[in-house]
Ligand binder design. Structure first.
Ligand code: ADP
Ligand code: MG
Length: 713
């Protein structure tokens, strides 16, 4: 019986008791490292420090980088001030103090052609790793000092002890040397030795990626790939091997996501909604505005899902103010007019209250009863919800408390869904009987990340903003343009509009922060004499902060000088200018959030970024923020500029495997691996039963926990 091609998907493992030979071999990846011949508990302890406890961990502990012998410079050929990488054996380690109490560490190496030293000041601890005879690599700028070549503060790697490595000569004669993240007592060479033994245990390994998939995507088979990533024969094969290993990582994840999605569409019914009727139509009719093109499309997709027989699991993404709440409300009304209840859960009390107010206003006279449930209101146990007298419940995670019971939840909306854990989201859904689910997010993320983090959801993106909003013009400026910018500000002030001035937070020191803001205030008090200036910074009490924000909202303050605290929900449509000082100190996501605070009214707004970027990266950031107005393009740009660093701060939804996040900028690979995984589950590849079993087993092994298989039944 096929685990895939029938109505209910069964657990691939429990149902297939007799493992195939392939599974048996793959299970070996789960064995402790001590099962490898020659690896004892002392070595296991060292490996543990690197996060390696199983054979699989070890074989997938890929080199951090590779040194290509052909790009290693022999000492005899070095020129002054050249950036070089040199590989040699440590022959002298010397540490001495100076009159100025500096400690100088000099490590001299010999590479067969000459001597060169690495030099460190007050960092004696480096010597612990560099015993005589150990092979190391130094990278950096070579200089002559008193006739000797040296590199100050070299980038270095301890490759290992040559004498101990005779068993595996190829390690040292090969052109490409793998360098591992290593730890005290375990050098790169030491690791290679253990890896070699580990590889010896994989004989007879059956590739869990089916042959048809490997063929189509020209993937190296697993056994060879593992050998090549650790002991590359040449650059080309190394490249293919790494591609293979990366591909399979995403592939198995996508197999899992595809399965989860398929399982859901076959087994979870969701709520059956009728076509939109009077309540929804009245609501749309009475809206004080026209829906945007994106909102219409989003509504079409969502209502289609809800009317359909399968459970809706859709992510609605769009920036703050793009009109998501209005669309979600339409969906909730559809559920309500079908006799169900709706729920919308927000990550903070402020947001929940905001929703409550907004929704109440939008609903006007429509016959819908609302209830706000936060830990503050403490109204969760209210019988009106369990008896179905309340149609729409708006709240925080207080909604998932045990005492909150719904009569019949038809649609669960999860706002800012990335800020909830998988369990919290599931707990809300569990308040009903397989309700439809709408996830919302205002955090722009790159497409490739969406394919992994939200890979089992259908995605709708709102790309345009409501008409009538003029948006923001962003200008990146330097000091020469300051007078011009101030003249523009003066004009806006005279026209009765308001201005934000944002200063960076300087380190964690609240005192400095305060001084920056106060200095700026003094300066601007001179420049804009006669206008009212307010201050906002991290040292203020929250009551004080709120007071200042309210005066700004009421127009009593005309210029608000602030550190980044304004990021959180301040809504002043009359503010038309934002000036950001030292803008190059901010990240792209933050700058984008900040400028989103202006341009919310009917006037065109301007955001002036004063920046003197010094690094290429900072320049690229400034260029990007000036060029892209929407957060999604900006997120892509951020990824290009910073690589995986751009993903910090994005709390992923439980799939935050390190190896996967490292691949997130390989968009081509991700697209292909996703296609491969989904086509496989759709039955588009010709594969044998044994292969099918193996691929499911492996997907479950790798992602079973994080994807929380719905194989329970
Ligand atoms: P989001 O939930 O994406 O942050 P909202 O749905 O709260 O956005 O919309 C932001 C503001 O814009 C609200 O005041 C809302 O009433 C208004 N709005 C929503 N859609 C439109 C539209 N199509 N035209 C004009 N204003 C709109
Ligand atoms: Mg449905």
């Amino acid at each position: 019986m096929s685990p895939v091609n029938n109505n209910r998907i069964a657990h691939p493992v429990d149902n297939q008791v007799e493992f195939t030979q392939g599974v048996v071999k793959l299970k070996h990846f789960e064995a402790p490292v001590t099962s490898i011949h020659g690896v004892g508990s002392a070595m296991a302890g060292k490996l543990e420090k690197l996060g390696i406890s199983t054979v699989g961990d070890l074989l997938y502990h890929l080199p951090r980088k590779y040194l290509d012998r052909s790009t290693v410079t022999p000492v005899s050929c070095m020129a002054e001030n050249q950036e070089v990488t040199v590989v040699g054996k440590v022959c002298k380690v010397e540490s001495r103090g100076t009159k100025t109490r500096k400690q100088i560490l000099t490590v001299t190496i010999f590479d067969g052609t000459g001597y060169i030293s690495g030099v460190w000041f007050n960092q004696d601890y480096h010597k612990e790793k560099m015993e005589n005879g150990t092979e190391v690599s130094f990278s950096g700028k070579a200089r002559f000092q008193y006739g000797n070549l040296q590199i100050v503060n070299p980038d270095y790697d301890v490759l290992g002890s040559v004498s101990m490595d005779q068993k595996n000569e190829s390690i040292h004669t090969g052109r490409i040397i793998p360098v591992y993240a290593s730890t005290a007592g375990l050098t790169s060479a030491g690791l290679r030795r253990v890896v070699t033994r580990g590889l010896d245990t994989t004989e007879g390994l059956v590739d869990p990626v089916p042959e048809a998939v490997r063929k189509k995507y020209r993937l190296m088979d697993l056994e060879e790939a593992l050998r090549e990533v650790h002991f590359p024969t040449d650059k080309k094969r190394l490249g293919r091997a790494r591609y293979r290993v990366n591909f399979e990582e995403i592939f198995f994840m996508q197999v899992g996501l595809a399965l989860k999605k398929k399982y859901r569409s076959l087994n979870v019914k969701g709520k059956r909604h009728r076509m939109p009727g009077k309540l929804v139509l009245d609501f749309i009719e009475n809206l004080p505005f026209q829906l945007t093109e994106s909102q219409r499309r989003a509504w079409a997709e969502i209502s289609f899902d809800m009317v359909g027989i399968a459970q809706m699991n859709r992510l609605l993404q769009g920036e703050v103010g793009s009109g998501k709440t209005v669309v979600a409300l339409m969906a909730l009304l559809l559920s309500i007019e079908n006799g169900f209840q709706g729920a919308i859960m927000s990550p903070t009390e402020v947001l929940a209250e905001q929703h409550f107010r907004k929704i109440k206003e939008l609903l006007g006279d429509l016959p819908v009863s609302l209830k706000l449930v936060t830990s503050g209101t403490n109204s969760g146990a209210d019988e009106s919800i369990s008896e179905g007298k309340v149609d729409l419940v708006i709240g925080t995670h207080a909604l998932i408390q045990e005492k909150v019971r719904f009569a019949d939840l038809g649609l669960a909306v999860i706002d800012e869904q990335q800020r909830f854990g998988l369990n919290q989201r599931e707990d809300l859904v569990a308040k009903g009987e397989e309700p439809d689910v709408l996830h919302m997010s205002a955090t722009p993320i790159p497409r490739t990340l969406a394919m992994t983090a939200y890979g089992d959801l259908d995605i709708t993106t709102i790309t345009d903003v409501p008409k009538g909003r003029k948006g923001v013009v962003t200008v990146v400026a330097d000091e020469g343009q300051r007078q011009g910018a101030y003249a523009m500000v003066r004009k806006e002030l005279q026209a009765g509009r308001q201005v934000f001035v944002i200063c960076p937070m300087i380190e964690e020191s609240g005192k400095l922060e305060l001084r920056t803001v106060e200095e700026e205030a003094r300066k601007l008090a001179g420049v804009f004499a006669g206008h009212k200036i307010g201050l906002l910074h991290g040292r203020m009490e929250s009551g004080e902060k709120t007071g200042t924000m309210r005066s700004f909202e009421r127009g009593e303050i005309e210029i608000l000088i602030s550190t980044v605290v304004v990021e959180v929900g301040i809504d002043v449509p009359n503010a038309t200018v934002m000036i950001i000082e030292n803008a190059d100190r901010f990240g792209l996501a933050q700058l984008h959030q900040l400028r989103g605070r202006v341009g919310r009214g009917r006037e065109r707004a301007v955001c002036v970024l004063f920046a003197e970027p010094e690094t290429p990266e900072a320049r690229a950031r400034m260029e990007a923020i000036g060029r892209y107005n929407d957060g999604f393009s900006l997120a892509e740009a951020d990824l290009q500029i910073r690589g995986e660093g751009a993903l910090f701060g994005i709390r992923q939804s439980g799939y935050s495997d390190v190896r996967v996040s490292k691949l997130i900028h390989s968009s081509d690979l991700i697209k292909k691996a996703r296609k491969a995984g989904f086509s496989l589950i759709d039955g588009e590849f010709e594969i044998s039963q044994a292969e099918k079993r193996l691929v499911l087993w492996e997907a479950n092994r790798r992602y079973g926990d994080t994807l929380d298989w719905l194989f329970k039944s």
